[in-house]
Design a protein around this ligand. Structure first.
Ligand code: GDP
Ligand code: IMO
Ligand code: MG
Length: 426
């Protein structure tokens, strides 16, 4: 039996999907344990591109069972649409997808509430994906308005809950925005009753199921969504997502204790990106930032928003690596940095005249932080065809070695292009 976890160490979009996809051939089970359809994981192989949002990446590998565990928030309509998108492309999902009965359900009021909350923050908006993720997690913690997947199968209770919650939610929403559209509880009940019937074959107690698989010796892979710096406890609060998107979420989000994990892989982009608001110490507002955005095609998978781009930040990423306790790292999108004369890697911050390698806990300190850069020579060769370490030019090897040294972790994978094949196993 081997249990692996793949987790992003930055602000998401580190190319976790690509690494998970590579590893699915060694695993029988892939588990998403937090987040929802705010995630966007892109995978390329055999000339095809797949974009997964709520579905675990394991769904693309025949024979692998994918689990949406208790820590996730599920919009059943979005889930069914994503499932249809794959079956239309000839992927057989029969018996290959499980959804926890403990996962929480996203309702139309979560999306409506998020819209008014985000607009009320004005210039301080978090820049969320507007999928009702944060409002659904808030209701989970608050309990009063929460509805779980298992509740969908208690019809009388569900009808009453939808009626009660919709009435309370519309009152709150209209207090902020009197012009907000009405919520029709009868229509919502019918809509969700139909969803419940459609997803019923997938719904299980995923905790019990996972423990059984582990007892039987199955290899299980935990697929993180978002990244450590977006973690609600450990990230750049309040500019975070609403779940534990570092490795901290694995235990609570799946019911599987973290100590069964044999190998934890931290995924890092060779530079830094962030979507939405919040501090970003190494952000580039110049032509190099635009060059990285264009070369790396840095536009959001879910929302299409241009991603903010900047140099690699070893202070922020090193913090992510420590919080997660990763054993090794995967350095992704290294090819994007080719053609630049000189590269910068942030090795410390200077905050109000003080130099530090600690990642500050308050956004005000992060906003005040100035990056202290180590300069590295660039390389001009195209490296997208490299398949072993020896194929990389000296500049690229030096760059990867520097990242590894600053994070104090060995490098297990280097990615030089989006395709499954464009990977160096170190
Ligand atoms: P995730 O959310 O962490 O799974 O990452 P995303 O899929 O949102 O973003 C990563 C993007 O980079 C996707 O479009 C991938 O196809 C692409 N990608 C992955 N690895 C590489 C790489 O090594 N080089 C390049 N150029 N693109 C890559
Ligand atoms: P993957 O799994 C990058 C960001 C949003 C916003 C903040 C809160 O593809 O790496 P939310 O809708 O979750 O309440 O938004 O988090 N965000 C992501 N950024 N990658 C993601 O997922 C993200 N999921 C959420 O842009 O700043
Ligand atoms: Mg993504």
């Amino acid at each position: 039996m081997s249990v692996t976890s793949v987790v992003g160490l930055q602000w998401g979009d580190e190319a976790k999907g690509k690494i998970v996809d590579l590893l699915t051939d060694e695993h029988q089970v892939v588990v998403r344990y937090q987040g929802g359809n705010n995630a966007g994981h892109t995978v390329k192989f055999g000339g095809e591109t797949y974009k997964l949002s709520l579905l675990p990446t394991g769904i693309l590998r025949p024979g692998v069972v994918s689990v949406i565990a208790n820590g996730c928030v599920v919009h059943p309509g979005a889930l069914l649409k994503e499932m249809r998108g794959l079956t239309d492309r000839g992927i057989d999902l029969t018996g290959r997808l499980l959804v926890s009965d403990r996962a929480h359900v996203i309702f139309p009021w979560h999306i409506a509430e998020e819209a008014v909350l985000e607009s009320s923050r004005k210039q301080d908006a978090i820049g969320t994906t507007m999928r009702g993720i944060g409002t659904c997690y808030r209701d989970k913690a608050g309990r009063t308005h929460a509805i779980r997947v298992g509740d969908l199968y208690h019809e009388d209770l569900l009808r009453q809950r939808v009626e009660d919650v919709a009435a309370q939610k519309i009152a709150v929403i209209r207090a902020v925005d009197p012009s907000a559209a009405a919520l029709d509880p009868a229509a919502i009940f019918e809509e969700y009753r139909a969803y419940a019937a459609a997803i019923k074959p997938c719904v299980v107690d995923s905790t019990a199921w996972l423990h059984k698989k582990l007892r039987e010796g199955s290899n299980v892979l935990f697929e993180g969504a978002q990244g450590s710096l977006l973690d609600v406890d450990h990230g750049t609060f309040p500019f975070v997502t609403s779940s534990n998107s570092s490795a901290a979420g694995i235990h609570t989000g799946s019911g599987v204790p973290e100590r069964v994990i044999d190998r934890m892989i931290g995924v890092v982009k060779a530079y830094t990106t962030r979507v939405g608001g919040g501090p970003f110490v190494t952000e580039l507002h110049d032509e190099i930032g635009q060059h990285i955005r264009d070369t790396g095609n840095e536009y959001g998978t879910v929302t299409g928003r241009p991603r903010r781009c900047g140099w690699f930040d070893a202070v922020a990423t090193g913090y992510g690596a420590r919080v997660c306790g990763v054993d090794c790292i995967a350095v992704m999108l290294l090819d994007v940095l080719a053609q630049l004369d000189e590269l910068s890697v942030c090795e410390a911050y200077e905050i109000r005249g003080e130099r530090t390698t600690d990642f500050p806990s308050h956004v005000a300190d992060l906003q005040a932080a100035k990056p202290v850069f180590r300069k590295l020579p660039g390389w001009k060769q195209d490296i997208t065809g490299a398949r072993k370490l020896g194929d990389l030019p000296a500049g690229a090897r030096k760059y990867v070695d520097t990242v590894s040294e600053l994070l104090d972790r060995p490098v297990a994978y280097i990615s030089v292009g989006p395709d499954r094949e464009q990977t160096i196993l170190v």
